[in-house]
Design a protein around this ligand. Sequence first.
Ligand code: ZN
Length: 323
Amino acid sequence: MPESPPGIHHVTCITGDVQKNVDFYVGVLGLRFIKKTVNFDVPDTYHLYFADYLGTPGTAMTFFGWPHLPWGPQGTGQVLTVAFAVPEGSLGAWSQRLSRAGLEVEPVRRFGAEALMLRDPDQIELALVGDARDDRWVPWAESPVPEAEQIRGFHSITLNLRQAEPSARFLTETFGFVQDDTDGARTRYRTGAGGPGALVDVLESPAGRQGEETTGTVHHVAWRARDDAHELDWRESLVTAGRSVTPVIERKYFRSIYFREPGGVLFEIATDQPGFTVDEPPEALGSALQLPPQYEDRRENLKFNLPPIVVPTVEKLTSGGAV
Ligand code: ZN
């Protein structure tokens, strides 16, 4: 078996309203809007990326802007919760900040860590877990959230499954994860060195309704590959284990393979290279519509047809007093 993925690379969800989405992830959660591009398979729709200053692997929350889809609640065979890591002492400040923004926040304690549960504008369930590490995270100086409180990247994701056992076996016997701990109905698995950013919780919901591809749901989770060779090793290993895996697909910012784990959740493996500065310098990330080469000849048409997006700035937020 190849070396297990070092952790989460990115998480991709579906939003029905790109402007509300940007207002929330930048203006409330304080992530940097690092990339405005299109869905490479549905190029007349947005793919938006929010992350730390550079889009370090393990920090990018991304969205397909698909307003044509109906809204539906998350179901089984999907990611239930996306948890972000924040410094342990910052949860009080977060609670106040989120309340000021008019959000309902529920404090919980899971696996010994304090966390706040909340929902984004599409009703996707999020958590801020007071358990973070700073080793690869790059702060964004212009964030509306002070550096000491900023989101450090992902903490974990929760899979909601009709049957936990086949996925648990896949994670530990095929994908290199190690069972960590249980907390009530949840079982935690770790990959790589474990800890924040390298955790997946499995929740079994035998009577749960099957999830569908709707706005308000998580589309897939991507796991990190250290490089192309690591990704190819995983592809071969997964195919040998009987998974149906796509060929390597060029995603401009990373190279990817996709497959479904036994519970139906779409997994991706994405390379750490080349990263989000491949088409914009660090200081300009997210400032212009970026297209892959195959769609450059459609740029004017796409710019005309895609809805405009206004990225909130600290000045606007302060003067508007919205958060
Ligand atoms: Zn992806």
